[in-house]
Each structure stands twice: as C-alpha cells, then as structure tokens.
Design a binder for this molecule. Structure first.
Ligand SMILES: [Cu+2]
Length: 494
C-alpha cells in the first residue's frame, strides 16, 4: 500500500514529468502555415559615400535609438544606424581608401566592427576601440581583398549580444572590378537582394524580450524571424535569376536555408568571396555571422518560399532541441512576375583563388569548452593569447570539446577550411571563410596567411560568434608582429 509520503513523491514526479514534457514540446518553433507574407520586404538603402579632398570615400554613420514597427501595429524601442533599426548597406571597391565617421548617439559606449574586413587592428572596431556616447570615431584604411558580402555590427566588451539584438547591424558589399569574371545578377535591390536574418522574441506590445531561455545552451532564441527588419515578408521578382546575399545576424540561432519545395539553387559565394566554381545545393547552413551568396531560378508567376529547415547541429537530442535544432522557420516568399527578364546561368568559373603554401605552416590549437572559454581561459582585455609573425601562413585547429554548438570567427584574415583524410571539404566550405561552425566533438582545421598591418600594441580577436558565448568570455586576442618582435603590454587600453 502506498504511504502518504510515497504518494506525494509520486505526484511530484508526475508533476515534474508533466512540466518537463511541456518545456520539451514548447521548445521547438515551427512557423509553417502561419505566414501570409503580407509585408513587402524592406531593402536597406545604399549609403552613398562622399569623397573628401584626399580622395577617400567617407561614410557617415550615426548610431542612434528610435522606435520601429517590427510587428504590424506595434512600436518597438530599437537601435540602428542612420535610422531607428538596422543600418544602410555600404558598398566600396578593392583599391578604395575609406574613412568611416562613426558617431555614437546611443546612451552607452559601443563599437562598430567591420566583420570580414582585412584592415589594421586599430581600425577593426573591436572592444579596444570603444566609442563613448557623443563621441565620433574615424578609422581609415585601404580596401584590399576580393569581392565579398561583409557586414558591420557592435563589438563592445560583454555587451555585443545586447547591441546587435537591439538592431545595430548592416551589410557591406565589396566589389573587385579588376577580378571581374563572373556574370552574376548585380542590380542591388532588383536582382541582387540582401537578406539579413534575425530572430526576435517580442511581446504583444512589440517590446523586445531580453530574457534568456533557462535551458538553451546557446542563449536567446526568438520565435519571430525578421528579414531586413521585415516581419512576414514577400519579394516581387521580375528576373528569372535572382542573387540572394544571406547574412545570419542573429545572436545565437543557426539557420539551414533552402526552399519549401526543395528545389536546388546555385551557391556562388561564402563569407569572404566568390567560390571558384558554383555548387548546386538544396541547403546552405549558416551559423551566426556567416554569409552566403546564392542564385535561384524562378518560373513565371510562381510563388516560392525560402525557409530555414531544422539545422544539423551535431548535438545530442536534448541540446539539439533547446538549441533550435528542431525548428522550421518561414523566411520569405518570392513572388515571380508573369513575364520575367531572362538572365544567364552563373558561369562555370567564378573566381581564381590564391593557393596557400602550407609547407612551413605552424599549427595552433584552440579548444572550445563549456560556453565561456577558449583553451581554458576567459577573454581578458589585458592578455595577448597568441602572437603571429607577419607574412606567415598558419594552420589553426579548433576543437569543440563541449556538448553544445559553437562556431569560430577570426578578425582581419580569411581562411580556407582543410579537408580531412584527403577529402575535399563539403561544398559550403570550399571557398574563403571568416566564420565556421564547429559541431560538438568535431575538429575544424583551416589555413590562413597573415599579411600587412603588424602592430604589437593592438590585438585582433578570435571568438565564438554565438554572441552570448562571446560575451561570457569565449574569446581571445592575437597580435600580428614583425618576425621576431614581442607584443607590447596592453594594460593601458581605454
Ligand atoms: Cu559558442
């Protein structure tokens, strides 16, 4: 016979199981069938730079707060650049010298980091270049890298997730007229469409929810996806072939982008530029900070839905569910006109890639453990973790020891992921990258050359780009120095 105590215990257990069941079943998000794609997709405006007396292209960027209609009929307190939410698209060419005038009208200090840009460390917008409220920061550098889709976002110490989540982010498109061999759709906003993916959690009044999910191993996951800040968007397509420039500008979510009808499309570019050859794929998975350029063909009059299918995170069942691994999210409906302007298929060869000579490359190892450290150490603004000699080529080996998702981003350089066991890397890792997903238990090896900009005083960052992890300390610092030089003491940063 059951005693009262046993009965109470059994009731508690049943209760706990019920709660666990509810938490479990409420953890995934599926928005299929819940969209009518009523809003026209917003296209971030292109910001035309001025040219100053020195011939530099000057971009004026005002960081400010405001209110935005993220959900129809509501007003959300947001932050943005030259507007209340997100920022304009910047565009420059290889060979241009740019001058950025970043004015901070926000209520707290922040930075603006040019993600994917090869540039001097003092211009990088890392935590070492804070811009106080009311101050203006003016870095300048010469653009010298292949055509690519880069982006910009704040990178303040401990506060990056918050500032990006409020809306400070934008695209930066680089062109390379000298190396132009690929005929691809390139009319911005017409057949060359930027798609900035961000998930939010908004209450009924449209307020941003800053709460962390108690169980999520990667932090905040939203149930509302905005594309270029647009909820429930559609895009009118008048061209047979459309180029989509995808950016994952979320704080934590991994997207696995494809079409609802599973049609294939042509992957033409990844983080740091065009692939050598186009790849036919049905999915492109993007962890936080990654970009992809694809070309999709549409038929006259059809409507097709761009969707994030459940991503392959490589975690156990529990972590998979609470890291968004079971989520299906509608992104955008493409509505093709009855008559379409024809355009050529992407050419068989898109770009020439420089080969890296790995004969003398040294290997550095980075171990990601837990959710707040690399090689057992948390980010310390005063500590240089690695010293790299200018002109060297290195292999970096990143191992995820934790059971949860991580990725890895390196400032300044772009890298080539190395295939394992003599095999070529998968299609999405065959081009130049600056951010790469590292599944639990997995080791990713990549090679990079460290050219230009030796500076023993100012470090570049490497970090997990899941922003909650970065803010907790999953980040380290390296300096590039003249061969034989030592880094200088960093204790005097602002
Ligand atoms: Cu991480």
């Amino acid at each position: 016979m059951m005693t009262k105590v046993a009965l109470a215990a059994a009731t508690l257990l049943v209760g706990a199981a019920a709660v666990a069941g509810v938490v479990w079943s409420a953890a995934d998000v599926d928005t299929v069938g819940r969209h009518r794609f009523e809003q026209e997709l917003r296209i971030p405006p292109l910001l035309a730079p001025r040219t100053d007396a020195a011939g530099r292209k000057v971009f004026d960027l005002d960081l400010r707060s405001g209110r935005s209609e993220l959900l129809p009929g509501t007003r959300t307190e947001t932050w943005g650049v030259n507007g209340p939410h997100l920022g304009p698209t910047l565009r420059a060419s290889r060979g241009d010298t740019v001058l950025m005038r970043v004015r901070n009208r926000l209520p707290e200090a922040t930075t603006l980091h040019w993600h994917g840009m090869h540039l001097p460390a003092h211009a990088d917008g890392s935590p070492h270049q804070p811009v106080a409220p009311g101050a203006t920061w003016m870095p300048s550098w010469k653009i010298d890298q292949p055509a690519a889709t880069l982006w910009y976002h704040p990178h303040p110490h401990d506060r990056t997730a918050d500032h990006v989540y409020r809306g400070v982010a934008g695209l930066w498109i680089l062109d390379d007229p000298q190396a132009r061999m690929a005929e691809l759709p390139e009319r911005y906003g017409v057949d060359d469409i930027p798609l900035i993916l961000q998930d939010k959690r908004l209450d009924d009044d449209g307020r941003l929810d800053f709460g962390q999910h108690a169980i999520s191993p990667i932090g905040r996951l939203g149930d509302t996806v905005l594309v270029n800040g647009t909820h429930d968007p559609h895009l009118r397509v008048r061209h047979r072939r459309v180029r989509l420039r995808l950016l994952n500008a979320s704080t934590a979510r991994v997207y696995n982008v494809g079409f609802a009808d599973d049609r294939d499309f042509t992957l033409v570019g990844t983080d740091s530029g065009l692939l050598e050859r186009p790849e036919r794929v049905r999915r492109i998975q993007l962890s936080v900070g990654e970009r992809a350029e694809l070309v999709v063909a549409v038929r006259p009059g059809e409507r097709i839905v761009l969707r994030s299918h459940p991503p392959e995170l490589g975690t156990d069942v529990f972590n998979n569910r609470f890291a968004g691994g079971a989520d299906t999210l509608e992104l955008l409906e493409l509505r093709a006109a009855e008559t379409l302007v024809e355009g050529p298929e992407p050419p068989a060869r898109l770009a020439d890639h420089e080969r890296l000579d790995l004969a003398a490359a040294r290997t550095r190892r980075f171990e990601l453990s837990g959710s707040a450290s690399i090689n057992g150490r948390r980010m310390d603004m005063d500590r240089i973790d690695d010293v790299v000699a200018l002109g060297s080529t290195e292999i970096w080996e990143v191992h995820n020891r934790a059971g949860i998702p991580h990725n890895f981003h390196v400032h300044d350089i772009h890298f080539r992921v190395l295939g394992e066991g003599g095999r070529r890397p998968p299609a999405h890792l065959r081009g130049w990258k600056d951010t790469v997903y590292v599944a639990p238990g997995e080791t990713v090896r990549f090679a990079a050359r460290f050219t230009d900009y030796a500076d023993p005083r100012t470090p570049y960052m490497f970090h997990c780009h899941i922003l909650e992890h970065e803010d907790r300390g999953m980040m380290g610092q390296f300096v590039v120095v003249q061969p034989g030089d030592e880094p200088e003491h960093l204790g005097d940063h602002p």
